[in-house]
Design a protein around this ligand. Structure first.
Ligand code: SAH
Length: 258
């Protein structure tokens, strides 16, 4: 196999946050896709309690806040992203019912069976799909919903280069039927799933990323690490363009069983 492509986690966390904090979203997604997933969750109570795990600077949270009543707690491990999140919610007038907290999705601070909805857009991979589904379940009310987007194989087979890349970087990547089965095994009724469309990657994620590369490099005086970081983002994009037939993000929506 050729040279290993470094993924974002291999770089200094401050640099990663500094780069991605410049974007409205830190992963592939769009307002339309968030709405689509929320519609598939179904009607939430007026006083719904929602947790948005790995919320980043709150791109999807704004959409959730617009289309739900009740309270939302966004959680992220990065204090800087949570600062951006809280400032953003304030700017949009949601700070009375949307709060960002710094914390780890591996140790949720919620009460048992307290939540109506757990949201994790492009973030459950940090703890792993199966682990997240299993560990977070106890915080949901029976009949409550979970909505997560997760990188998945879109075809039963694929070229070795991309197979190797993903198995190296996220060994839990799997086909859609297997992910749905894992959701079922974790105690949820799989309510729906859909493939996150290409524009969420190309127009809503990679394009804005391209636009902030120059200012990022300038800030780091074109240091070797910063250039390598930017170069890696570009290579990752090229992988997506080359292999998007075979992998993508998929939204999975499940309802907690008895
Ligand atoms: N949901 C956002 C961000 C996705 S990027 C969006 O779609 O725009 C993944 C996020 O997970 C990052 O903001 C990262 O800081 C956060 N994260 C990584 N590890 C985490 C952990 N252990 N607990 C909580 N958040 C974590």
């Amino acid at each position: 196999m050729g040279k290993e492509l470094k993924l974002v986690e291999d770089f200094d966390f401050d640099m990663i946050v500094d780069f991605f904090g410049r974007l409205n979203r830190q992963g592939p997604g769009s307002e339309q896709t968030t709405c689509q997933a929320l519609n598939l969750v179904g009607k939430l109570p007026q006083d719904a309690k929602v947790a948005d795990l790995g919320c980043g600077s709150g791109g999807q949270t704004l959409t959730l806040a617009t289309h739900t009543d009740g309270t939302i707690r966004g959680m992220d491990i990065s204090p800087k992203l949570i600062d951006l999140f809280n400032a953003r919610m304030k700017r949009h007038g949601y700070d009375d019912r949307v709060t960002g907290i710094v914390g780890s999705m591996a140790e949720l601070p919620f009460e048992g069976e307290e939540l109506d909805l757990i949201w994790a857009e492009g973030s459950i991979y940090n703890i792993g799909f199966r682990r997240g589904l299993n560990e977070w379940r106890k915080f949901l009310k029976t009949g409550g919903a979970i909505a997560v987007s997760e990188v998945s194989w879109l075809t039963p087979t694929r070229p070795e280069e991309i197979n190797h890349f993903w198995h190296f970087h996220y060994a839990e990547i799997d086909t859609i039927p297997n992910k749905v089965k894992q959701m079922e095994d974790a105690g949820y009724t799989p309510q729906a799933h859909f493939i996150v469309p290409e524009d969420c990657w190309l127009d809503h994620f990679y394009k804005p990323m391209q636009a902030c590369v120059t200012s990022f490099l300038e800030q780091y005086d074109y240091s070797e690490t910063a250039r390598q970081f930017a170069q890696n983002q570009l290579e990752e994009q090229n992988y997506y363009r080359k292999y998007k037939k075979y992998y993508g993000y998929v939204f999975y929506i499940g309802i907690k069983n008895e």
